[in-house]
Every structure is written in structure tokens, then in C-alpha cells.
Design a protein around this ligand. Structure first.
Ligand code: ADP
Ligand code: UDP
Length: 236
């Protein structure tokens, strides 16, 4: 599988076309951004970790009935994926209060909820990804009712599978963001699942093992990504 031309360069990945119009190659960068691109930096080794972690978890999710865009890992940083039409929603699932939720609700971080929450943001950098609900999504034709239903079902299933899996690594899955796409009329999981897009805390020490270390200048950013990768035990 070979890259043809650069289709899109995002904040964390480059996306290339291939000679197969149904297949893209994503290439993960070490670049890190936060606060809608206002804060910029580099996390050495992040691209390879996020690529390999995403693929490892996507395989587990496939086994549990979540269809994903994964085709084949090509090397440390690059993966062939099914080209989808991204549904312009950031789908966020939370098990504990943190981040924007804690701020909005005037809560401490780390309070466990009675049950997981689900929320949508409109994926639009110019607007800063505003919080919306499913009625906005339907009214603005961002997705159909059937698509929202599939996205909701898969999002909670992804949460169940990941929560249980991370627990086995002594990691608490606090919250995460995922994206879905349309592929030949069906909704499938796309984009990535990594310490860039999940909040992951050590279960005993509550140490943050995710991008909050970069966002909040907590130090040891690379070490945190390496620690998660080490616990995953992915063979090289
Ligand atoms: P951003 O666009 O937020 O800066 P990235 O740097 O991660 O994010 O860029 C990757 C882009 O590729 C994102 O816009 C994402 O929605 C999109 N994408 C992810 N998976 C697929 C796929 N299978 N097909 C098409 N686009 C995808
Ligand atoms: N998230 C993400 N991309 C975004 C916004 C959020 O991957 O553009 C993830 C974030 O890493 C966290 C979860 O979604 O795991 C919830 O983030 P929150 O809404 O609390 O926003 P934040 O505090 O990151 O601004």
C-alpha cells in the first residue's frame, strides 16, 4: 500500500490518498495542540504510540461488535484505513467528572457518575466545537436518526469494552472522544483512540496518563504516553 497525495493535514495526523479510492493512509505526527490550536508543542514518540494503540484497541472493539475503519497497520506511524465521510460530531462519553464538564457543573474532577454520559459537539474548529444535542444534529442534517441511534449504541459499547480493558491495566477511563464515519451506507468507528483523546488515570495514584499533562503543563508528558503504551503490552 503506497501513499499517493496528501489529502489533508490536521493537528495530529496527515491523511493521504492511495490508488484505491476506498482506502486512505493516516500518518500520526508527534505534534500536539490544545485549546483549539492555541497551544502548540511536540510530544516525542506520540505519533507511533497513538498509531499502535489505536489499532490495538480498534481490533479489540471489532471483536466485540464495533465496526471500525482499520484495514492494516503499515509501520510505526502509518495505517491503511477505510475512507469514510466523517459525521461532523465529536462524540464524548464520560464515566467521571473532568475537564469542561467539571468546569461547567462546578464540580471537582474525579467524581464517578451513577451511569455514563454521552454528549455531542459540532466538529467545527472555527466555532470551537460547540456543544450541541441530537435535535440540533437532526435539524441541521449533520446525521440521520438511524445514524444517531447507531452512534449512541456503539459509543456506549466502546465505553464498556474500553473501561473493562483499561481496568485490567490498572487504568481508570475517565472520559474520551470518538468520531464516526459513513462507509457504504453504514456507520463505522473512525479516527483514533489514544492518550490524546481519552482521559486515563492510574487507578491507585490517580496520576494523569494523558494529554492533560501537556494541556496543563504537568510535566513528564512523554513518560505518561510511554507508561500507557507499556501497560498495553503491545508486541513489537
Ligand atoms: P484535526 O482535523 O482535528 O486536526 P487530525 O490531525 O487527527 O485532526 O486529522 C485527521 C482527520 O482525518 C480528522 O479530521 C478526522 O476526522 C479525519 N479522519 C479520521 N479517520 C478518517 C477516515 N477513516 N476517513 C476519512 N477521514 C478520517
Ligand atoms: N477531547 C478530544 N478532542 C477535543 C475535545 C475533547 O479528544 O477536541 C477529549 C478529551 O481528551 C477528553 C474528552 O474528550 O478525554 C472530554 O473533553 P472535555 O469536553 O472535558 O474538554 P477539554 O477539557 O479537553 O476541553
Amino acid at each position: 500500500m503506497e501513499k499517493k497525495e496528501l489529502l489533508y493535514e490536521g493537528k495530529a495526523k496527515k491523511v493521504f490518498t492511495t490508488k484505491d479510492q476506498d482506502v486512505l493512509i493516516v500518518s500520526y505526527k508527534d505534534d500536539a495542540t490544545a485549546f483549539n490550536g492555541l497551544k502548540k508543542g511536540t510530544i516525542v514518540g506520540k505519533g507511533a504510540i497513538n498509531n499502535r494503540m489505536t489499532n490495538y484497541i480498534f481490533k479489540k472493539l471489532e471483536e466485540k461488535g464495533v465496526p471500525t475503519h482499520l484495514i492494516e497497520e503499515l509501520n510505526d506511524r502509518e495505517t491503511a484505513v477505510k475512507k469514510v465521510e466523517i459525521v461532523p460530531l465529536e462524540v464524548i462519553v464520560r464515566n467521571f467528572s473532568a475537564g469542561s464538564f467539571a468546569k461547567k457543573m462546578g464540580m471537582e474532577e474525579g467524581v464517578k457518575f451513577s451511569r455514563p454520559t454521552l454528549e455531542f459537539s459540532y466538529k467545527n474548529d472555527d466555532l470551537g466545537d460547540p456543544f450541541i444535542n441530537q435535535y440540533y444534529a437532526l435539524a441541521l442534517d449533520l446525521a440521520t436518526e438511524e445514524e444517531i441511534e447507531a452512534i449512541t449504541k456503539y459509543a456506549f459499547l466502546v465505553n464498556e469494552v474500553m473501561q473493562e480493558y483499561f481496568a485490567s491495566l490498572n487504568i481508570e477511563l475517565i472520559d474520551f472522544k470518538i468520531e464516526f464515519g459513513r462507509y457504504h451506507g453504514k456507520i463505522i468507528l473512525a479516527d483514533e483512540v489514544s492518550p490524546d483523546t481519552c482521559r486515563l488515570w492510574d487507578k491507585d495514584t490517580h496520576e494523569k496518563l494523558d494529554k492533560d499533562r501537556f494541556r496543563r503543563d504537568l510535566g513528564n508528558v512523554e513518560d505518561a504516553y510511554q507508561e500507557v503504551f507499556k501497560r498495553l503490552g503491545i508486541e513489537s
